[in-house]
Design a protein around this ligand. Structure first.
Ligand SMILES: [Zn+2]
Length: 81
């Protein structure tokens, strides 16, 4: 199925919500990462790869400092995309 929210053929389900981002699954299979005014689309494999990259970055940060810095996007308003 083609991703098309304008035509109403796609239904969204919110999978998770944090202070910085939300993750939604579309009925067509697209997974959306919503951060403030920005929405990134992934397939499931790409989302897993992103999670692994973020985990590796956090592990690297923890290895270099005693505290993880505040995320840059922490002050952004929550998106409604
Ligand atoms: Zn869709």
């Amino acid at each position: 199925m083609k991703h098309d929210t304008d035509a109403g053929t796609c239904e969204r389900q919110r999978l998770a919500q944090g202070n910085v981002a939300a993750v939604e699954r579309c009925s067509c299979g697209v997974i959306k990462l919503v951060m403030g005014p920005m929405t990134l689309r992934f397939d499931a494999d790409a989302l897993v790869d992103l999670q692994q990259t973020l985990s590796a970055a956090l592990a690297e940060l923890r290895g270099r400092t005693s505290a993880v810095p505040t995320p840059v996007f922490a002050s952004m308003p929550r998106g409604q995309a």
